[in-house]
Design a protein around this ligand. Structure first.
Ligand code: DPP
Ligand code: ZN
Length: 874
């Protein structure tokens, strides 16, 4: 396998101007003819034209209509190389044959289990459709003609506008009867990763959206007919997204048609193909009976995300795949803001930060650590990571924190003004932000090139005589693979100072070591939060004119993706912040910090098998097991699990009466399901209380949960009751699971959640149950959603995945190897959980390592899995 490096980027020798594709789809094979108008970059020489192609059978090549003998072209399993080409613009025509009906990789063109043809080209799937310069800086105008059997594929879709369609004479196509065709033209230049084709039996929910300039856009969401009722929420979300992008960024949709197709077999969540978004069904379909509040919220966010890509990703795209975060970090930031505006801003922020801290911080500390813009990869698919997406979004958010909302908008406007229709880099985005604001962003670009989570240590001193408060900052970025030494970066540290009444003090003046600055908020009023620009290894800032010693609120709204260490902040300070901080994120955070401290203090006791001390309730949702393991020198899954369970039970028993009351008082009086903030909040509080109660495993709490389960009128409540019951092994659990399956066995997405619940279980010895479920009729290794549901959550269980006897590691390795033969992308996502094996004790280390070695030396391993296994062992 070959590693590809950012520093080796070179533009292509040939532009592609227009591309005409013709597909003839049939049961046994598909033929693809592409006719490309090629423009040599240089009119004095003709370098070889290297086209990518995988699992594609070459039928013919023509240059300006003249056939090349196939013996004269160079063809390998990866490339088709053409030489002696004209130096003037020419037509290149290539005929090829592919087999979507046997394509289990779900890249390129494949036939879904539902019978429809569908594509997934990002990152490098187009090369499985036809020979092409498969890279994002090759942007062309596509016209796509699709021919297929009318009965099997009544609906034929591709990017852009439908310009022609009709029936074919039965003779024209290989003697087959009943073929028809459709021709689609996309007026916008695009890279081939945004190409899409869908053909099958689909029905649409139709609606329209009037843009702010008064154009009517047809909106269609396509699914199998029986699912159309479940697309109402997605359609609503789409219209909200279109309106929001106009209101917040002035960005209007640019075509008259916008299609979304739901597919049951899909590697990713969704794909932003120009005007033809393809979605994993899970992220489109919802009804009160079958989807939870979390599902509704996720659908809203992802519909927004893919729609927002139309500008950030499609109109302006990436020069090369190293720049992936240019579109993904930015678009995640946009979807986060959209969801915040549609619901509760602090709740959204808390959820996003919690995910960043568990998933991304741990990635950043492991063998797969990479910068937001990676320097190299073997398989690009392995870099669709939380670092590129979520840390990337934090990087974008920091621009906004540094430049203010208006400054950020100016930067966005300039970015589009400069780069519409281009394939660009992260520096181009940086430059637009900087230039639009004449800002000095100093060393900010290092966020893109350095991996690792900075550790920011902040300590304080109050000088009563001088009425000044000094904040001392120290930043340190840990070494990561290939990057032993790091340079300081620019960290925006948002600070508020509370007086003894718990109010924000007015911040008037700040001495930053070089100059004295007077502070104002963005509207010119008194400042209550100041953003300190920390860009050196060690630095001091002094607030002046403070009449009393403040309680500091650091890193408000999580203003930078760092690990904050605050040696001078006391437990009393944290309790005070929990009660008073005007920054709601930091109020939550104060409780989390206390929870982490208390639990980490208990861990040595658990490791010595001592009685655990009493614990007083400070916060309701506790930091998770992985987060705690990440904070330990040597992660100890058993002790972490014991402590966390213990704390939950202590809380539940101390607060039992309050929790019971919470459940009773937050039941709905209205059987009709409403997805809005008030009802969501009510349900989530009730269900959280129910979860705590059931941890007690007492007769009355079990009975209560059974009652909630039976009386539930929506999936949020029903599933929460089921999850509560499933905490405790035994007959009640088994019967509830069986009952739920019986009720929902025909609803795939619901059954998937049923698998999730069992996969994430911490009942002892769950590996056995996992093996049983592999053979259950509801499981199918070929379907990514099934794999994500049954295998995914298991990898996050402290006691079962990390079982002392190695059974969890062995199970995962076996599944990965089986999976790799069908779908390498999904297989490599699964195995990445083994990559942090060095964090554990020696026993677990050698068990995990043995499994990685077993995988690494397996014959016929995909590049995807090879990259993860070998880098994990390095
Ligand atoms: N580009 C897709 C998304 O993140 C993933 N392939 O929306
Ligand atoms: Zn995206």
């Amino acid at each position: 396998p070959k590693e590809i490096f950012l520093k080796d980027y070179k533009p292509t020798g040939y532009h592609f101007d227009t591309v005409e594709l013709k597909f003839v789809l049939s049961e046994k094979k598909t033929t693809v003819v592409s006719k490309i108008r090629v423009l040599p970059r240089n009119s004095s020489e003709s370098p070889p034209l290297v086209l990518d192609g995988r699992d594609v059978k070459l039928l013919f090549v023509k240059i300006n209509g003249e056939e090349r003998k196939l013996e004269e072209v160079e063809l390998t399993s990866r490339h088709l190389t053409l030489k002696s080409l004209p130096v003037q613009p020419f037509d290149l025509e290539i005929g090829s044959e592919i087999h979507p009906e046997t394509n289990l990789s779900l890249e390129g063109l494949y036939k879904s289990s539902s019978g429809m043809f569908c594509t997934q080209c990002e990152a490098e799937g187009f090369r499985k459709i036809t020979f092409y310069q498969d890279r994002p800086d090759v942007m062309a105008k596509f016209t796509t003609r699709i021919e297929a059997d009318k009965a099997q594929c009544p609906v034929l879709l591709s990017n852009g506008n439908l310009i022609d369609s009709g029936d074919l004479e039965s003779l024209t196509c290989c003697g087959q009867n009943g073929f028809h065709y459709a021709v689609w033209e996309d007026p916008f230049k695009k890279p081939c990763y945004l190409f899409a084709l869908v053909a099958g039996q689909l029905t649409s929910r139709d609606d329209t959206f009037k843009t702010r300039s008064g154009r009517d856009v047809q909106l269609r969401i396509w699914t199998p007919a029986q699912d159309v009722p479940k697309t109402e929420h997605a359609m609503h979300a789409l219209k909200l997204s279109m309106k929001w992008d106009e209101d917040v960024y002035g960005l209007e949709y640019d075509l008259d048609l916008f299609n979304i197709v739901a597919v049951p077999d899909f590697d990713m969540g969704a794909m932003e193909n120009k005007s033809l978004n393809i979605f994993n069904s899970k992220l489109v379909l919802a009804s009160a009976e079958t989807a939870t509040d979390v599902d509704y919220a996720t659908i809203l966010g992802v519909i927004g995300h893919e729609y927002f890509h139309n500008w950030t990703g499609n109109r302006v795209t990436c020069r090369d795949w190293f720049q992936l975060s240019l579109k993904e970090g930015l678009t995640v930031f946009r979807d986060q803001e959209f969801s915040s505006d549609m619901g509760s801003r602090p709740v959204k922020r808390i959820g996003d930060v919690a995910l960043l801290r568990t998933a991304q911080f741990s990635e950043d500390a492991g063998p797969m650590a990479h910068p937001v813009r990676p320097h190299s990869y073997i398989k690009m698919d392995n870099f669709y990571t939380v670092t590129v997406y979520k840390k990337g979004a934090e990087v974008v958010r920091m621009y906004q924190t540094l430049l203010g909302k208006d400054g950020f908008r100016k930067g966005m406007d300039l970015y589009f003004e400069r780069h519409d229709g281009q394939a660009v880099t992260c520096e181009d985005f940086f430059a637009a932000m900087r230039d639009a604001n004449s800002a000095n962003l100093s060393v900010f670009l290092r966020w893109y090139s350095q991996a690792g989570t900075p550790i920011l240590t902040v300590s304080t001193a109050y000088d009563a005589a001088a009425r000044s408060y000094t904040v001392k900052c120290k930043q340190e970025i840990p070494s990561t693979p290939g990057q032993p030494v790091k340079e300081p970066t620019l960290i925006p540290l948002a600070v508020g100072l509370l007086n003894s009444k718990g109010e924000d003090m007015v911040l008037t003046e700040l001495f930053d070591g070089g100059s004295l600055k007077s502070l104002k908020d963005t509207a010119g009023g008194p400042a209550k939060t100041a953003v300190l620009l920390v860009d050196k290894e060690e630095q001091e800032f002094t607030f002046l004119n403070l009449p009393e010693k403040p309680v500091p609120s650091f890193l408000r709204n999580f203003s930078a993706p760092v690990r904050l260490v605050t040696p001078t902040v006391t437990d009393d300070d944290l309790l005070f912040l929990l009660a008073h901080d005007s920054d709601e994120f930091n109020r939550w955070e104060a409780g989390q910090t206390m929870g982490r401290k208390l639990m980490l203090d208990l861990i040595p006791k658990a490791q010595r098998n001592e009685q655990l001390a009493e614990f007083v309730a400070k916060a309701l949702t506790l930091p998770g097991e992985s987060e705690l393991m990440d904070l330990m020198e040597v992660a100890d899954p058993d002790a972490v699990h014991t402590v966390r369970k213990f704390v939950i039970r202590e809380l539940a028993s101390k607060l039992k009466q309050d929790f019971l009351k919470t459940v009773t008082e937050n039941r709905s009086s209205d059987p009709h399901y409403t997805f809005d903030h008030k009802n969501k909040a009510r349900r989530s509080l009730k269900n959280l209380a129910l979860g705590y109660l059931c941890s007690l495993d007492e007769a009355d709490t079990t009975e209560l949960a059974l009652k909630e389960y039976k009386s539930a009128t929506n999936m949020t409540d029903q599933f929460a009751a089921l999850s509560s019951l499933c905490q405790n092994p035994g007959d009640v659990r088994d019967e509830a699971l069986a009952n739920f399956y019986e009720q929902w066995k025909d609803e795939t997405l619901v059954v998937n959640e049923w698998l999730v619940l069992q996969s994430m279980s911490d009942i002892p010895g769950n590996v056995k149950n996992m093996r049983r479920l592999l053979d259950h009729p509801s499981f199918d290794m070929k379907n990514p959603n099934k794999v994500y549901s049954l295998i995914g959550p298991f990898r996050r269980t402290a006691v079962n995945f990390h079982a002392k006897d190695g059974s969890g590691y062995e199970f995962l390795a076996e599944v990965t190897l089986q999976l790799d033969k069908m779908n390498p992308q999904v297989a490599s996502r699964m195995i990445s959980s083994l990559s942090r094996w060095k964090r554990f004790d020696e026993g677990r280390q050698s068990l995990a390592k043995a499994q990685l070695e077993r995988i690494a030396k397996t014959d016929g391993l995909s590049e995807n899995v090879f990259e993860i296994a070998s880098k994990s062992l390095a």
